[in-house]
Design a protein around this ligand. Structure first.
Ligand code: EPS
Length: 398
């Protein structure tokens, strides 16, 4: 069976454990001649590390990419791109998680035998037949999202060639909500902020959100929330209504829900729409004869109709459950003794909503770059551009 990714011109894969030597990503299918900025990749990696609520690990790591293949003289050459991000923490784990086993390694292991409710620990142990969740949690960890963000940063650079931008913001932490829409300009300003705090465009709402994270810190708990990814400047017609697996909304949903701790996805104002009458939900259609352009009365659909982009901003939300590693652990069972036992505690984050938003941007960028290349193709960026411009002319003359 072909994996979903194999149907695509643009394919990526990640490898790496949370406390292993490094994270690795490969990306195949970007056209040749695309300018690549390593600095911009590193900036995205930096953004993913920010936010109030992150744990001690982020003080150890300063994620920096090494692009080792597929880019020469700051341009893609059409060959697969391989990237490495080193784990600085690895130096503390060389004896705990060695590649080659050694005499006496058993005493050095950091076994995790009390699975954390909500984590991959228990199901992973049963499935892979371990009594130690270490190997499961090492790969299940959201550390893996570093590699996704590196891939997404290249997808973003590709889309930027066509005037498409992708950003995110936090619209809810625990029960505290932003409660209004954000403009693209606000998102740009937010993305340039050095002090990310909770990644919310509204200072007052952000303080309310911070109070919730403070409470989680105080009580040894964790807290989730909602991020919104916005893609701006999209052409009409990425994705298609013709078959279930070409619908872009389905692909975006998979991409977002595949992010660690994300349990739900919303396109546009889906939840509100389900509770309203159709007359209050659909975005009315208008036409400016002078500009020869269609426009819409609102964007509650989140830029997608019939599984296709409709030219409005794409709005995709990810719903994060609270992190499953709690300082005040929940009830669990020891895998070795089968006795009731408090779940294991490992150093962890308390809230990660802004960071998850940056990962969401990366996943949306990858899906959009895939859809874009499916529609316009091209072995070189020049060829992709020619195809894109010819289609844009068709749209202008429609
Ligand atoms: C994570 C546990 C923490 C997080 C980690 C995800 O790592 P550690 O066990 O090393 O403290 O910080 O996230 C990252 C390392 C990262 O880069 O986002 C987990 O168990 O999922």
């Amino acid at each position: 069976m072909l994996s979903w990714d194999f149907q695509h011109m643009l394919r990526f894969e990640t490898a790496g454990e949370s406390h292993g030597q490094c994270l690795v990503a490969t990306l195949a299918g970007l056209p040749a001649g695309m300018p690549v900025s390593v600095e911009q990749v590193n900036h995205e990696l930096w953004r993913r590390q920010q936010g109030f609520g992150r744990g001690g690990r982020m003080k150890i790591e300063t994620d920096t990419v090494q692009i080792v293949t597929g880019v020469r003289h700051s341009q893609t050459i059409g060959a697969p791109i391989a990237m490495i991000v080193e784990n600085r923490d690895w130096k503390n784990w060389t004896e705990i998680l060695p590649v080659e086993d050694y005499e006496g390694s058993a005493e050095k292991r950091k076994k995790l035998t009390r699975p954390r409710p909500g984590h991959a620990d228990l199901a992973g142990c049963i499935k892979y037949d371990y009594l130690d969740a270490r190997y499961v949690l090492e790969r299940a960890s959201a550390r893996e999202t570093t590699a996704r963000v590196a891939v997404g940063a290249l997808a973003k650079q590709f889309l930027a060639q066509f005037g498409i931008g992708i950003l995110s913001h936090v619209i809810q932490v625990g029960p505290e909500k932003l409660g209004r829409a954000a403009t693209w300009e606000e998102l740009v300003a937010l993305s340039e902020r050095q002090d990310v705090l909770l990644g919310c465009v509204d200072a007052e709402a952000e303080q309310r959100m911070k109070a919730v994270v403070d409470e989680a810190y105080r009580t040894g708990d964790t807290i989730g929330g909602v991020f919104e990814v916005v893609a701006h400047g999209l052409p009409v017609g990425l994705g298609s209504h013709i078959t279930w697996d070409t619908r872009l909304d389905g692909k975006l949903a998979q991409a977002i829900v595949s992010i660690q701790a994300v349990k739900g996805v919303e396109i546009g104002h889906a939840a509100e729409g389900a509770a309203s009458f159709g007359s209050k939900v659909q975005d009315t259609i208008h036409y400016a004869k002078d500009e020869k352009q269609f426009h819409r009365g609102a964007n509650r659909a989140g830029g997608l109709e019939g599984g296709m982009t409709n030219g409005e901003d794409l709005l995709v939300r990810g719903f994060l459950k609270p992190i499953s590693t709690l300082r005040r652990p929940l009830e669990s069972v020891d895998l070795e003794t089968r006795e009731a036992s408090a779940a294991a505690y490992e150093r962890s984050d308390v809230a990660v909503v802004p960071a998850a938003g940056v990962v969401g941007e990366a996943m949306v960028a990858i899906v959009l770059a895939q859809a874009f290349l499916e529609k316009f193709g091209g072995d070189s960026l020049r060829e992709t551009r020619r195809n894109f411009e010819s289609y844009q002319e068709q749209v202008r003359n429609f």
